[in-house]
Design a protein around this ligand. Structure first.
Ligand SMILES: Cc1cc2nc3c(=O)[nH]c(=O)nc-3n(C[C@H](O)[C@H](O)[C@H](O)COP(=O)(O)OP(=O)(O)OC[C@H]3O[C@@H](n4cnc5c(N)ncnc54)[C@H](O)[C@@H]3O)c2cc1C
Length: 603
């Protein structure tokens, strides 16, 4: 059986020592009173909830899966899921970072980010039920009418109702411009929706008393393509004028997908049979409105893989200390035992450190992004709000794709640490690999994320946003100029920053002659960009750790081993993971022809 310990110390390091959260929050009137002690106490309780309530039903939920009653169209989630959700709802966890206006506690989003990392570690499938509600909440909050907000936001805030996003149809996932679900206007201002959606996460379940579906559909006179898509709110049960749940609406689950992982989450084929819906925002502007939910979900998916990376690492480390196989190459390490623990072997350490470096680097990046979102929404200075939004837009595809690619690598490596036992269900490691796999696919595949990054976010604005992030790197490098101890981190960071500028210009030039050059380079490009961002955060984490070690030594105290561990992991990251960028840039430079001039090879 696997175990899980909430990584509270590392969260505190990231929030308070790396990001200086308390001071950042002081600049935002909404959060000025939120201090470090409050944040730590909330996360401690949140960690207990994740580890004690949600984690114990992870393995069993995977085995049992969800059940559909074909007569009633009701879906039952695995044993214990409903009860855990009830506890989540009663304890107010759903409202943690929601607006106070609708009953929320109004804590910063960065706190919710950490709480959800722990929930994802504990049980990704369960966490998707409440997780989707946050995106639905954000979308209605940004684009809903006053009436829609009053109807839905208090219930989504409390967790009494959950949300979904209904985009995908059998013939279209990436290319939503082709979607066919129809919305017919009615005399009373509502719409009747008809069509089929597939792969809808948490589309039907028994955890909450109502489900708020946000559905993309077409009006009868809509232009073709993505400019003809509108957004509708379609509740499972129609809502009466007094806000109470009314009669059953014509949206139901027609089938459950049998899938590789996240078995505890219901992935539903949804049938819309004249379902009553109300338009959210403007006609034919639905895709733009839905992007609020999609952007939140992309950060959320990165967070899912961060959670899985952390829990897989923790279990692989415990196993590596316990499992005895062979002797160390450099001499016996455990003479009293029949063999040494596998932790002594360099290759086992390589796998463990890869997972650790990806977990801790990912946590720094994910928390930084959540704080950017807090600033975008709440900072009094307009320029800070705009800059935060711009950098967040740049980093969103990186969080989605880089963290999920890393998550799959890391969970696979942690499974490998277990040898054959990693392949056996009872150890839990194969579930982490299976669960991590979907994160690279849904919410826009990682290939699509890379096009978003290179095509839209970088080349689309002549690299302006990238340069803004580059300034942060430049500032850190200038600050540490002449600091010998930091050179092993800042030199490769500065070097990669320069190479990235040149690399981006090269692709941009080639793309002017052939647009396929963007698609040919984009996946490698995103990985290089991901490493650039990680190198920045690992250098900053090393900077904090070095300063703490120096301060302790100055006072003749023994430095906290936490900081030495941080430095060791930073060194591993720079020596063993960052150099991947060299080969990635080489493969990207091989260009489009080697891929596109292959009609015979692919005949
Ligand atoms: C378990 C699960 C849960 C899901 N949950 C939801 C949900 O809650 N709501 C929802 O609406 N959807 C959901 N989805 C759907 C998911 O978002 C889509 O499957 C995904 O976006 C990909 O769409 P697709 O499957 O149609 O693949 P396609 O769009 O057919 O893509 C197939 C391949 O072609 C590539 N491709 C397509 N276009 C391009 C291009 N222009 N350039 C380069 N490559 C391209 C893709 O990257 C991919 O590799 C879920 C899916 C699964 C499996």
């Amino acid at each position: 059986m696997p175990s899980y310990t909430p990584p509270l110390r590392d969260m505190q390091f990231v929030l308070h020592e790396l990001l200086d959260l308390e001071n950042e929050l002081k600049a935002m009137p909404k959060h000025a009173e939120t201090d470090a002690d409050t944040i730590n106490a909330v996360l401690e309780e949140g960690g207990k909830f994740a580890a004690e309530v949600v984690f114990p039903i992870n393995l069993s939920g995977d085995e049992e899966g969800c059940q559909l009653n074909r007569d009633t169209h009701e879906v039952t989630a695995p044993t214990g899921f409903k009860e855990a959700y009830q506890q989540y709802f009663e304890a107010g966890w759903s409202a943690l970072s929601a607006e106070e206006e609708y009953g929320g506690q109004g804590l910063p989003l960065v706190v919710n980010q950490c709480f959800f990392e722990m929930l994802n570690s504990a049980n990704q499938a369960w966490t998707m039920y409440p997780g989707l509600s946050h995106g639905a909440h954000a979308c209605l909050s940004a684009h809903g009418s006053a009436e829609q907000k009053n109807t839905y936001l208090p219930k989504l805030t409390s967790g009494e109702w959950t949300g979904t996003m209904c985009l995908t149809e059998p013939h279209c996932g990436t290319d939503l411009g082709m979607l066919r679900t129809k919305a017919e206007p009615q005399a009373d201002g509502s719409y009747r929706l008809t069509g089929q959606k597939i792969f809808i996460s948490a589309g039907e379940h028994n955890l909450a008393s109502n489900i708020v579906h946000l559905v993309l559909a077409r009006l009868p006179d809509a232009p073709v393509g993505s400019k003809g898509i509108s957004l509708f709110v379609v509740p499972k049960f129609n809502v009466k004028a007094d806000g109470a749940v009314g009669d059953r609406n014509g949206i139901y689950c027609g089938g459950l997908e049998h899938k590789m992982g996240i078995h505890g989450n219901a992935t539903c084929q949804m049938v819309l049979d004249g379902a009553v819906g109300h338009m959210v925002g403007q006609p034919n502007k639905g895709l733009a409105a839905m992007f609020v939910m999609m952007n939140g979900a992309r950060l959320g998916v990165g967070n899912q893989s961060l959670g899985l990376t952390e829990v897989a690492y923790q279990n692989a480390l415990i196993y590596a200390k316990d499992r005895l196989q062979m002797r160390s190459l450099s001499g016996v390490k455990a003479p009293s035992k029949p063999a040494d623990p596998i932790l002594v072997h360099p290759d086992v350490r390589r796998m463990l450190l890869t997972a650790k470096a990806y977990a801790e680097g990912g946590r720094a990046l994910a928390c930084y992004c959540a704080l950017l979102l807090d600033k975008e929404l709440n900072h009094p200075d307009e320029k800070v709000r705009a800059d935060s939004a711009e950098i967040l837009a740049l980093l969103t595809p990186i969080v989605k794709a880089f963290l999920t690619d890393n998550g799959f690598q890391a969970t696979t490596m942690c499974q490998q640490v277990f040898g054959g036992h990693g392949y056996i269900k009872e150890w839990g490691m194969e579930q982490y690999v299976r669960d991590a796999r979907i994160n690279m696919i849904y919410e826009g595949t990682n290939g699509i994320q890379s096009l978003d990054l290179l095509g839209r976010k970088v080349l689309g604005n002549q690299g302006a946003s990238l340069q803004k992030f580059g300034k942060l790197i430049g500032k850190l490098v200038a600050q540490e100029m002449g600091n010998e101890a930091m050179a092993e981190f800042t030199k490769p960071l500065a070097d990669l920053g320069q190479k990235m500028t040149q690399f981006t210009t090269e692709i941009g030039m080639k793309a002017m002659g052939n647009a396929d050059e963007v698609g040919a380079a984009s996946v490698d490009y995103l990985r290089v960009a991901g490493h650039l961002v990680f190198a920045y955060f690992w250098a900053r984490m090393a900077q904090v750790a070095l300063a703490k070690i120096a301060a302790a030594e100055e006072e003749a105290q023994r430095p906290d081993p936490f900081y030495k561990a941080k430095l060791q992991t930073a060194r591993f990251y720079f020596a063993r993971l960052l150099p991947e960028t060299l080969s990635l840039m080489n493969t990207a430079r091989s260009g489009a022809d080697v891929l596109m001039d292959t009609d015979l090879a692919l005949a």
